[in-house]
Design a protein around this ligand. Structure first.
Ligand SMILES: O=C(O)CCC(=O)C(=O)O
Ligand SMILES: [Fe+2]
Length: 279
């Protein structure tokens, strides 16, 4: 895991993330890995499209996908990206949610309504947290398997720097682009890390190219998972840090909020490799 040390979050990256609410990392996935991820994504996508009786043109989102193929596990603690995640959130974390999104080109002849759905992530968390600005609590990493470096390809849209503005988009304005709406121009093989509070939306695909993205959500271990996290079949095959990230049960009842070292091997690794870890 020397690679984790070599890829630690830099001060410049931290400042970008704190200022903009997101961070793009280009060229993190090599071609052979992207190809394997694409095969697995297509398989899961085809299975779901059939089960849900969807047309080939509809946007497909599959939650809780990471336990559906070995290759998806490679991204849980991916060396070029995961150090950024623990650099931002610290060590008491796990994956709490995942989704795989396939956005095909629109049906020929269909005039896109360009519908947006501007939001902050996490549903009721935003309604029930009384403090403003609301706390970060979680973030997502999106791995782009297809090239979104050009606008119009179902790009992930954000308004940079809005993560501390709880009311940036009013309830009745969620379907139109607010001022500052920006496509994240992410090339194939890049990863984008975003703060759950950043105002963002999916967009329609006006191109001839299917967009494929894999979303990995990381949160503090004391937050409840946002999907079923069907990964028990991977626990025995995983090293201890990956077990932590997959949400392995702690040694005792208080282990999510007051963990022992055995519950959080990532903490031990950080102390041994990065020197004195705070709190
Ligand atoms: O598919 C997208 O571009 C956005 C999905 C989204 O809103 C999310 O993952 O939180
Ligand atoms: Fe979202």
């Amino acid at each position: 895991m020397d690679a984790w040390r070599d890829n630690a979050l830099t001060e410049a990256e931290r400042l970008t993330f704190e200022k903009d609410g997101y961070l793009m990392l280009e060229d993190v996935l090599p071609d052979d890995l992207i190809n394997k991820l694409e095969v697995a994504t297509d398989r899961v996508g085809d299975e779901e499209r059939e089960a849900r009786e969807m047309t080939p043109y509809e946007r497909l989102s599959v939650m809780d996908f990471i336990g559906r193929d070995d290759v998806f596990m490679d991204l849980v603690d991916y060396p070029k990206v995961f150090p950024k995640v623990f650099g931002i959130l610290g060590w008491n974390i796990n994956i709490y949610h995942s989704h795989l999104v396939v956005t095909p080109p629109e049906e020929p002849g269909n005039v896109s309504e360009l519908v947006r759905g501007w939001h902050q992530d996490s549903g009721r968390v935003n309604a029930e947290m009384e403090f403003s600005p609301r706390p970060r609590l979680s973030l997502k990493v999106v791995y782009f398997l297809t090239d979104c470096s050009v606008d119009g390809r179902a790009n992930f849209y954000v308004v940079p720097g809005t993560h501390l503005d709880d009311n940036f988009v009013g309830k009745d304005k969620r379907k139109i682009d607010p001022e500052g709406a920006t496509p994240v121009l992410a090339p194939r093989g890049s990863a984008v890390i975003f703060d759950r509070r950043l105002w963002h939306t999916a967009t329609p695909n006006a191109s001839q190219m299917t967009r494929k993205g894999l979303f990995y959500g990381y949160s503090y271990r004391w937050l409840r998972p946002r999907d079923n996290m069907t990964v028990a079949h991977y626990i025995d095959r995983s090293d201890s840090i990956r077990q932590q990230l997959l949400g392995a049960a702690p040694t005792g009842g208080k282990g999510f909020s007051s963990p022992l070292d055995e519950d959080v091997p990532l903490k031990v690794w950080m102390e041994e490799n990065l020197g004195g870890v705070a709190v």
